[in-house]
Design a protein. Sequence first.
Length: 117
Amino acid sequence: QVQLVESGGGLVQPGGSLRLSCAASGSIFSAYTMGWYRQAPGKQRELVATITTFGSTNNADSVKGRFTISRDNAKNTVYLQMNSLKPEDTAVYYCNFRNWPTSYDYWGQGTQVTVSS
């Protein structure tokens, strides 16, 4: 089992910034992928960004140039720096964790990000 603890969501004005954090604990392999997905009301959950322990990243086109994912392997923590936020970024953001080479996904409880003036 892997436990995920998220923090950093909130309300921000358009053009503002937020930083999300997600710390993993439990049965963690030496290699894994962590990242963020989001789900807006009435929409499917979608990829935002992921990063592996080797540093490989995968980012949604909608956030490229605005969001940056990073990780601290020693702390088993992933960060999502969100800049130039737009109202369409409003969603519940979920932390995701997958040990490599398994195919089982662990999910955080979700943190609300609201971009509104």
